[in-house]
Design a protein. Structure first.
Length: 130
């Protein structure tokens, strides 16, 4: 992954999507860009301290334990959390879909159902005494 900064447009990641084989350009925050290791080598490590090996979840599990989380969490869970938080915070489903690299909007609609369910629960919380 290579980060680029386009004047007045911010930071971007350029990467190849494994599943769809598409070349993606993903906007990221300046903070996220600062966390990345800069390298022209496309096989270079993205995050400092993460060792890419046969045990890809080793560091993830360490970070989860340090945070006191006891639930089993994978990278797929992080994608799910990211997508859902984007929708909860007002990102439209089309943009969320593109940020996840989904080829079809239908794939992203699973996350929208979670938001719809949350809206239903929120609406049901208001009860007027009459």
């Amino acid at each position: 992954m290579i980060t680029n900064k386009i004047k007045e447009q911010g930071y971007f990641l350029n990467f190849s999507q494994k599943k769809t084989k598409g070349i993606e350009v993903m906007p990221i925050s300046e903070q996220a860009s600062n966390l990345l290791v800069e390298s022209k080598d496309p096989k270079a490590k993205v995050f400092m301290g993460v060792k890419y090996s046969a045990y890809p979840y080793k560091h993830l599990f360490q970070w989860i334990r340090v945070a006191g989380i006891t639930k089993d969490i994978t990278f797929l869970c992080f994608r799910h959390i990211f997508a859902t938080l984007q929708l909860f915070n007002g990102t439209d489903i089309y943009t969320d879909s593109k940020m996840l690299g989904h080829k079809y909007l239908k794939t992203t609609q699973v996350y929208a159902k979670i938001v719809d369910e949350s809206k239903r629960k929120a609406a049901d919380r208001i009860k007027l005494e009459m």
